[in-house]
Design a binder for this molecule. Structure first.
Ligand code: SF4
Length: 77
């Protein structure tokens, strides 16, 4: 486990943020500022946008620092 990974969840998805690979382009914060907030902790607020909008924004992250997975995709034993 990487101790620097930040994890944020809502009912549908879990978003992870890896600061060591973030290139701080602030693309996320500029384009979806209600969710990705650079000056407030916790900085990812999943309550203020549709999950689909959050996913779309994560896909635009140039560094791959933001990732997500759907909560229901649990591995069945
Ligand atoms: S879009 Fe990705 S690389 Fe840019 S600031 Fe956000 S997390 Fe970092």
């Amino acid at each position: 486990m990487d101790s620097y990974t930040n994890t944020f969840s809502n009912d549908e998805i879990t978003v992870t943020y890896e600061p060591s690979i973030c290139i701080h382009a602030e693309k996320c914060a500029k384009e979806l500022s209600s969710v990705f907030r650079t000056s407030i902790i916790p900085w990812i607020n999943l309550d203020d946008a549709e999950t689909s909008a959050v996913i779309n924004q994560i896909k635009k992250c140039p560094s791959g620092a933001l990732q997500y997975f759907k909560n229901k995709q649990k591995k069945a034993g």
